[in-house]
Design a protein around this ligand. Structure first.
Ligand SMILES: C[S@@+](CC[C@H](N)C(=O)[O-])C[C@H]1O[C@@H](n2cnc3c(N)ncnc32)[C@H](O)[C@@H]1O
Length: 186
């Protein structure tokens, strides 16, 4: 009986340690999350990419790529080289699966990670649908990293420290919702 208890102790400790590590990882992920998931309607996805003047072969990134719809449209319809960054593992897996099913893997990819920790220096176009507090965090990263001429399309929330080159108001997305797009050039 005592021997069984002694043998059980390391197993229990290992289980507790694993649970603690998982909780810490989850907490870290929650802390890094700077916007909720709220997908861009498909009609607006296409408008964002047109508005951003995306051309075949250009490198585009979607920051906080959700289910991957913008990345997929960029690779599929605009023939761009498209990358998404997503923190949520379920959305990441969902978007990777869709990219695979559509055979887009050579030109579309999703990084599972924090959008505040990526290198955007090679980007031609960035798309972003994040809350103002997140845009404040992204601004100094873009200021530091982006090459001259990089375009940024922001959906509904603007970069308050920059003047847009153009804005576009869409009164109805087909579901009665209005949207505003902002185009910036660095
Ligand atoms: C408003 S949704 C936009 C989704 C997609 N871009 C679209 O327009 O359909 C914002 C996304 O950012 C993701 N997100 C939030 N914080 C993040 C972070 N630090 N790094 C990567 N993704 C993040 C959320 O999980 C969510 O999927």
């Amino acid at each position: 009986m005592i021997l069984r208890r002694i043998l059980f102790l390391p197993v229990l400790l290992l289980a507790l340690l694993t649970t603690a590590l998982l909780l810490i990882a989850q907490q870290k992920n929650d802390d890094a999350k700077i916007a909720p998931y709220y997908p861009t309607p498909q009609t607006i996805v296409d408008k964002m990419l047109q508005f951003g003047e995306l051309k075949p072969g250009e490198k585009m990134w979607d920051l906080g790529s959700g289910d991957g719809r913008i990345v997929i449209a960029a690779a599929r319809k605009f023939k761009a080289d498209a990358t998404g960054v997503e923190l949520d593992e379920t959305l990441y897996k969902q978007s990777v699966a869709r990219i695979k099913t559509l055979g887009l893997a050579p030109t579309a990819r999703i990084i599972l990670g924090d959008l505040l920790r990526q290198d955007y220096s090679s980007a031609d176009l960035l798309t972003i649908y994040l809350l103002p507090v997140a845009i404040e965090k992204v601004t100094p990263i873009f200021d530091k990293q982006l090459k001259k001429g990089t375009r940024i399309v922001a959906h509904d929330f603007e970069f308050r420290q920059w003047a847009p080159a153009k804005t576009l108001d869409i009164d109805d997305d087909g579901e009665g919702r209005s949207h505003r797009l902002f185009l910036y050039r660095r």
